[in-house]
Write a protein that binds this ligand. Structure first.
Ligand code: ATP
Length: 295
């Protein structure tokens, strides 16, 4: 018994350690799989007053000689939603990585409420930013712990609130163990839409001033996609939000849409204005409609 107990206990310890380190890495490097070696010398914290994001003549390359962003300028006014669209490899995700400071810009500036993101501590920067990533990582743990892992001190009331806001209440109610239901590989398997809702709830628990939604590329059926977009619109209402969109059907209601091409903004406007321009956005829209991706 003792012999059996020790290894199991040890394994439990290792599992908890691994889980904690994964959680810490995720907490710090909100986007997965990305290493960062940017200096973090600033002692000053970011003071978010309104939540305005400005990219000012930003240039960037990954060090392989290929310019990914070229004098890129745009702003997301406080409380508004900007959707970034553009072909594969246009640099949409790169913009997110720069905003979170996984890399530093080669030229130009990124400012939040007038403060250079290089002048403030990374902890304060990432505290202000929340992301719903393309792929949600679930641990073999309870729904509760999966929701709380990035924000362990959240209150029960906050937890219940975000479960409602992200429309996870039905999932919780349908399972007899409720929030104590184990999910993940060895537990209840969740659908793509449910995983996205967990990511939304996790982000909401953090109460970030600025929300980034990296649209899931893994195919959600169009009904689920529509309902997730409805959720995103609802939870981002009144917040500054950046939506990285891979499908145009998801950006129709954004305050503004920016079309990225050759590392610059080729066009910007709302859906109606951009269709009327009959330019690149209209061409992308028609192409996606023809391929059946827009309904
Ligand atoms: P998609 O819609 O396919 O996700 P995207 O617009 O998000 O594309 P990015 O991921 O920002 O595009 O990539 C922009 C360019 O930078 C691409 O040419 C890509 O190959 C390149 N790139 C991205 N990440 C790296 C990296 N870590 N190292 C080198 N090049 C990279």
């Amino acid at each position: 018994m003792f012999q059996l107990f020790l290894p199991l206990n040890f394994l439990g310890f290792v599992y908890r350690e691994i889980k904690a380190s994964v959680a810490n890495i995720e907490r710090m490097f909100v986007l997965l799989d990305i290493e960062t070696d940017v200096p973090d010398n600033a002692t000053k914290g970011l003071n978010v007053t309104r939540g305005e994001v400005v990219f000012d003549r930003v240039g960037f390359d990954y060090g392989n000689g290929r310019q990914v962003l070229n004098e890129l300028s745009f702003s997301v006014p406080a409380g508004k939603t900007l959707a970034l669209v553009g072909g594969s490899g246009a640099g949409k995700s790169t913009i997110t990585r720069l905003l979170f400071r996984f890399y530093d810009v080669a030229s130009g500036q990124i400012r939040i409420d007038g403060q250079l993101i290089t002048d403030v501590s990374q902890a304060s920067l990432r505290q202000a930013l929340g992301i719903v990533p393309q792929d949600t990582v679930l641990f073999n743990d309870t729904l509760r712990n999966n929701l709380l892992y990035a924000c362990p001190d959240a209150s029960e009331a906050d937890l219940q609130d975000v479960v409602q806001m992200a429309s996870l209440d039905r999932l919780v109610a349908e399972n007899p163990a409720g929030l104590e239901t184990v999910v993940g590989e060895r537990g209840l398997k969740l659908s793509g839409g449910e995983k996205q809702r967990i990511a939304i709830a996790r982000m909401l628990l953090k109460r970030p001033a600025i929300m980034v939604f990296d649209e899931a590329t893994s195919s959600l059926d169009s009904e689920t996609e529509r309902s997730i977009m409805k959720e995103i619109r609802r939870v981002s209402e009144g917040h500054t939000a950046l939506i990285i969109a891979h499908r145009l059907s998801t950006v129709v209601d954004a305050d503004e849409i920016a079309v990225l091409e050759n590392g610059q903004i080729a066009e910007r406007g709302n859906h109606r204005e951009l269709l009327a321009k009959n330019g690149r956005y209209a061409a992308l829209w028609q192409a996606q409609q023809a391929s059946g991706e827009v309904d």
